[in-house]
Write a protein that binds this ligand. Sequence first.
Ligand code: G
Ligand code: G
Ligand code: MN
Ligand code: NA
Length: 239
Amino acid sequence: SLAAALREALASGGGLMLHYQLQASVTAGEITGYEALLRWRHPTRGMIPPSVFIPLAEEMGLIPALGAWVLRRACTEAAAWPHPWRVAVNVSPLQLADASLPGLVAEVLAETGLAAERLEIELTETAIVEDQERALSILRAIKALGVRVALDDFGTGYSSLKTLRSFPFDKIKLDRFFMAEIESSAEAMAVIRSVLAEGVERPEQLAILRAEGCDEAQGFLLGRPSPAVSSGPEPEAAA
Ligand code: G
Ligand code: G
Ligand code: MN
Ligand code: NA
């Protein structure tokens, strides 16, 4: 079964890998960091999408082990990059419910020698709505290490701006839904000025971001998730 194969992959590390998607400063045209994205190649079925195996891992109680694998691998690989770019790591809401997360982060930083400010933890709104006090205290402990915290997929959840303001996010990542709307909606335009825009696929979208002062972007136009880091955004994005 898929579940047994996932358990086996995690035990051996076989078939699991990280891809990296670059994040760039739109105005400076420079790489700011890379988001680590987990990939799993099933021995016979080939690539299984994260939208399938991550919920499965959550159901199976494998998230603590899988999350630790991702964090350790991302920090190890980032420590060996030719430039001190940031590395962004996605964390499941289930990981944020676990008080041992800050300890794990500290341990992995010490082990890999990665500077704390190069690590960014990405959380979705789901992670902070359930038990806010608990989430906040774990977040604060992570930030106390010098690690950055980003809110992922912003605009897809139901948390109020008031709730968000009480959380110490260093960055808000606007969900790619907004990018699909950007050419036709004034509301979408209003929120893009202070965010990293996700899902940039076309030069027209990048041009609007530049004109509106949104500085950081991620998307297929700039770079696709790939096993090795590149030295700059895709040439067509520079135009
Ligand atoms: O990379 P892709 O668009 O296929 O990812 C689909 C979903 O899986 C996204 O929501 C992404 O945040 C999530 N995801 C990718 N890598 C990881 C990971 O290492 N940990 C967790 N918890 N989610 C991840
Ligand atoms: O939820 P999260 O933002 O972590 O999801 C990251 C996923 O978004 C990655 O798996 C990646 O494949 C996908 N992604 C990144 N850039 C783009 C883009 O420009 N368009 C689309 N459709 N998906 C993207
Ligand atoms: Mn993400
Ligand atoms: Na996202």
